[in-house]
Design a protein around this ligand. Structure first.
Ligand code: HEC
Length: 205
């Protein structure tokens, strides 16, 4: 079953259930109309950014607790859409990865379409030993490879997590960097090395 079909099935389930307070539907469309009225498209920042895909809609409408069976199906869809490295190599350059993790640039109306952006990973994660300013919305990734292992299974896990966090955790708050096109394959390879190259400062210091 593809996402659209799942969405209509899910909408039917949700409409028949007690997930939503009586007026929630009205407020949601009122809020959306307000945003559409007040947000103005500029440059690459189009109004289509207000459109939710099936996963975002289900997570929002269930306060991140979708029915388990539905979550499983949607998660599988997200997993199936991950693009794995075209040459089978998961690890790039960890020093380049650190720069991407540090960089928060990208996706604003001033940015050019297709220009490589940053990951902004430190906004949510502790990562390298030298950076002392980091957010804590996500778990610490310091010594990630040392603790979790350097093998191919973990390389695939990290690649998949960066490409699409929702493939392993449907209502994850982590952005879907590959899925949304905000990071390139080469950038994801460098970030995977940052976390999993044994010589990366993340693991060696
Ligand atoms: C807006 C906050 C946010 C940003 C930005 C973010 N993450 Fe995350 N990340 C999370 C959260 C929350 C989790 C835990 C939930 C989950 O696993 O999806 C997580 C989980 C992870 C995990 C799995 C950790 C584990 O213990 O299994 C990895 C690996 C990861 N993030 C890497 C990255 C990288 C690399 C970047 C930058 C490209 C990044 N994250 C940017 C919020 C974020």
């Amino acid at each position: 079953m593809k996402s659209n079909a799942i969405l209509s099935a899910a909408a039917a389930i949700l409409a028949a259930s007690a997930f939503l307070p009586v007026h929630a539907g009205d407020y949601r469309s009122e809020a959306l109309a307000m945003m559409k009225r007040d947000f103005h498209p500029r440059g690459i920042a189009g109004i289509d950014r207000l459109d939710q895909d099936a996963v975002q809609a289900i997570c929002n409408r269930t306060s991140d607790k979708p029915p388990e069976a539905l979550a499983k199906i949607l998660q599988r869809d997200q997993m199936d859409a991950i693009r794995w490295p075209s040459d089978g190599k998961y690890l790039g350059n960890s020093a380049a990865g650190e720069k991407i993790a540090q960089r928060g640039k990208g996706m604003t109306w001033k940015d050019k379409a297709g220009a490589p952006g940053g990951g902004g990973c430190y906004n949510c994660h502790q990562i390298g030993p030298k950076e002392t300013s980091f957010g804590t919305l996500g778990p610490s990734l310091y010594q990630f490879g040392k603790i979790r292992g350097y093998g191919i299974e973990n390389q695939k896990y990290v690649w998949g997590k960066i490409w699409n966090s929702k493939a392993t955790n449907l209502c994850s708050n982590m952005p879907r960097f590959g899925h949304s096109g905000s990071l390139t394959e080469a950038q994801i390879r460098d970030l995977t090395a940052l976390l999993l190259d044994p010589k990366s400062p993340v693991n060696s210091q």
